[in-house]
Design a protein around this ligand. Structure first.
Ligand code: SF4
Length: 375
């Protein structure tokens, strides 16, 4: 059994119709019993929930404080390479984009690590384009121990790997894997992914199953908001999360809610997600799942990021670079996408503390991850 089997049983047209046919009574019922209930998640993501956003925000803020206190985890991405063998029309790293390509060597990685550590970070997200032959398992297996010596928590956002490759990386200290489906609509997926292995929608859909079986601490799901109807994509991500939690209960989960951002050769969003829509989505997921980590990237503006902090967000990046070598050479113009929040880490920390939040750089010890293998 893998998620693609469960997914093939879902009637997406029916779910879409139900989303848009939800009523105020459905939303009020959902607010009574939101936790772990997919019907409630559907109602809370629907247009009918818009008049209830204030109520949802208050409940989401309260649940988040109960579970996470005033703590907000901080992490930074470390871009290892912008080589990519795929064509995704929303991404600056797409194969046909005429940009300078770079893969960091050991010395360059350690130079980036030194800068990231000097800013206080102890949690890192390793990112690369998807290039199996030049930036594949052998490269990851080589650089992971080098990086792991310096960080308590190492997550990875790279191409989908095989089950035994994930096991190999977990043994080398990998703690978390982020694997974003981008969109759960197969036709839309095919339209935006026109070359390379990422074209295989089902293989990507089943990647979190392989990751979970390898015993990582946490799996991150995500959709690229704007590729298709965000309400349905968010609901289907909820179905994915629900399936994973039932099958791999030892694993923790996070979601990321990136909106399409401008990039080299990029596209305009098909469906615009407003700030209010983003708030609705964050609140709906917090009401649905109290344990879930919700991550906010520097794609959003400083003002919006600060305002979203109380509602359900538990992790954020600050002072990010989205290019390989970008912490040493910030102006090399190899970025994956433009960032909106360009504040320094110190400025983000001041903003967090002003609002009563506690920035957390370290919340993990290696020994906690032992014996986390899902059966
Ligand atoms: S989204 Fe990922 S796979 Fe697609 S072009 Fe960008 S880096 Fe490559």
């Amino acid at each position: 059994m893998s998620f693609s089997v469960r997914f093939s049983q879902l009637n997406l047209d029916d779910l879409s119709m139900k989303l848009y046919a939800s009523t105020a009574a459905d939303v009020e019922r959902a607010l009574q019993h939101p936790s772990g209930n997919l019907n409630s998640l559907l109602a809370l993501l629907s247009p009918a929930a818009q008049p209830y956003i204030e109520q949802m925000a208050q409940a989401a803020a309260q649940l988040t404080r109960q579970r996470f206190g005033a703590n907000l985890g901080l992490y930074l991405p470390l871009y290892l390479s912008n080589l990519c063998a795929n064509e995704c029309d929303y991404c600056g790293f797409s194969m046909s984009n005429k940009i300078k390509r770079k893969t960091l060597n050991d010395a360059e990685i350690l130079a980036e690590v030194e800068i990231i550590k000097s800013r206080g970070f102890d949690s890192i997200l390793l990112v690369s384009g998807e290039h199996e032959t030049k930036v594949g398992i052998e490269y990851f297996a080589h650089v992971l121990p080098l990086i792991k010596q310096h960080f308590s928590y190492v997550a990875m956002e790279v191409q989908p790997l095989k089950a035994d490759e994930y096991q190999r990386l977990v043994a080398l200290g990998l703690d978390a894997v982020m694997v974003y489906q981008e969109t759960y609509r197969a036709q839309t997926y095919a339209k935006h992914h026109t070359r390379g292995k990422k074209q295989d929608f089902t293989h990507r859909l089943d990647t979190p199953d392989r990751v979970a079986k390898a015993g990582v601490d946490k799996i991150g799901l995500g959709v690229l908001l704007g590729l298709d109807d965000w309400r349905l994509d968010a609901l289907l991500m909820g179905y994915h999360l629900d399936y994973l939690e039932r099958h791999y209960w030892r694993t923790r989960y996070s979601i990321s809610l990136p909106r399409l951002r401008p990039c080299t050769g990029g596209i305009e969003p098909k469906v615009l997600l407003t700030d209010t829509g983003l708030v609705q989505m964050i609140c709906a997921f917090r009401l649905f799942n109290q344990q879930l980590d919700i991550s906010l990237s520097t794609r959003e503006t400083p003002e919006l990021r600060d305002n979203l902090l109380p509602l359900g967000v538990t992790q954020l990046s600050a002072g990010s670079s989205t290019q390989p070598g970008g912490y040493q050479q910030p102006d090399s113009q190899l970025d994956q996408f433009e960032i909106s929040d360009e504040r320094s880490v110190d400025d983000v920390i001041v903003a967090m503390k002003t609002r009563g939040f506690n920035p957390v750089f370290k919340d993990w010890e290696k020994a906690w991850g032992v014996n986390n293998v899902n059966g």
